[in-house]
Design a protein around this ligand. Structure first.
Ligand SMILES: Cc1ncc(COP(=O)(O)O)c(C=O)c1O
Length: 362
């Protein structure tokens, strides 16, 4: 067996321990004689899996009682519309405020525009989204339905170090690429959403954490499947959930809990990211593209001085088992996604390889 180090931005590396458990339980899940893929979602065995997933996530993120945890489908991209449909419907202003930190924010903005007024209160577009704009409380309209941010921009590799103070206006956050990678105080958010396929499990399931008082504010036209209220009332079982994805997610949560939880993984993530950023800061050939203060712990974009060198680096890295390092076209160069499940050894091997590449091409 030859496992490689997979730096994909998503779907991405999963803990090997989790994959081994899933392989062992593939044909017979805990004496049921069936795979989880073959089970009714109404069976006791599956209901226990779904409940465990929620309990573990509540524990890992210290989610207070007055928040609902929903597991839905459609990816984070569906949440761009769902947040607007559900949070603007009953508010007086029908205005949502956005901070534009690059492509994922832009997509959320364009969906929200279909349903109400959108105000972009700050943007980092002037420097190709290489930083997070400064935000002060007076920038937010106290009458807005909600304020939306992207906690970690997967493409540009930027991360909020501090959350904006939006007063009483609910803070809605796309946490797709940083959920469970560092500690977040859930009470600071009205709603958090995240696709699973980076730090939580395989694609197909999307987590929504919503403060209860924000449920039931949807427009009347909101389709049934897009109402948070329906998913909350039916404990995310209104229709058939993505059963297998939820099962793997539950195993990932178990794995994270056994590693010591979010505080422990945050320390590991900080150390892991530092190995790469320290090298980038010293290198004369490679260059990080993000202002140091806003560097992501999860996605590290970097460039070489020419397209030829970028291409050669990616090709040679792939040949030694360091895969999926090609950057997004809006930044170019390379991007190393180093999610929770990326072992420290993967980052060390990458840096070793970068040093070697520099000594040959510098
Ligand atoms: C920050 C962020 N938001 C949203 C998305 C879109 O997620 P999905 O593919 O689950 O719709 C991604 C995907 O990579 C992302 O990184």
């Amino acid at each position: 067996m030859a496992r490689v180090f997979n730096f994909s931005a998503g779907p991405s590396v999963l803990p090997e321990e989790v994959l081994k458990i899933a392989a062992g339980e593939m044909l017979d899940y805990q004496g049921t004689g069936t795979s989880v893929m073959e089970m009714s979602h109404r069976s006791n065995a599956f209901i226990a899996i779904a409940k465990d997933a929620e309990t573990l996530l509540r524990e890992l993120m210290e989610i207070p009682e007055n928040y609902k945890v929903l597991f839905v489908q459609g990816g984070a991209s569906t949440q761009f519309a769902m947040t607007a449909l559900n949070l603007m419907g009953r508010s007086e202003s029908k205005t949502a405020e956005f901070v534009n930190t690059g492509m994922w924010s832009k997509k959320a903005i364009s969906e929200a525009k279909r349903f109400g007024e959108v105000k972009i209160i700050a943007t980092s577009e002037d420097k190709n989204f290489s930083y997070i704009p400064e935000l002060t409380k007076d920038m937010f309209d106290p009458k807005a339905s909600y304020v939306h941010i992207t906690a970690n921009n997967t493409i540009f590799g930027t991360r909020y170090r501090e959350l904006p103070d939006t007063g009483d206006v609910p803070l809605v956050t796309d946490m797709s690429s940083s959920i469970l990678s560092e500690r977040y105080d859930v009470t600071k958010f009205g709603l958090i959403y995240a696709g699973a396929q980076k730090n939580m499990g395989p694609a197909g399931v999307t987590t929504v954490i919503i403060r209860e008082d924000l449920i039931g504010r949807e427009f009347d036209i909101t389709p049934t499947m897009l109402k948070y209220k329906i998913h909350a009332e039916n404990e995310s079982m209104y229709n058939t959930p993505p059963c297998y994805s939820l099962y793997i997610m539950k195993l990932v949560f178990d794995w994270l809990k056994n590693k010591g939880g979010v505080a422990a993984i945050q320390k590991i993530n900080e150390d892991k990211a530092a190995i790469l950023y320290d090298f980038l800061d010293k290198s004369k050939l490679f260059k990080g593209t993000v202002e140091p203060k806003f560097r992501s712990l999860m996605n590290v974009p970097f460039v070489l001085p020419s397209e030829d060198l970028n291409g050669a680096f990616i090709k040679q890295a792939t040949a030694v088992g360091l895969i999926n390092l090609k950057g997004h076209k809006s930044v170019g160069g390379m991007r190393a996604s180093i999610y929770n499940a990326m072992p420290v050894d993967g980052v060390k091997k990458l840096v070793e390889f970068m040093k070697e590449f520099e000594s040959k091409n510098g």
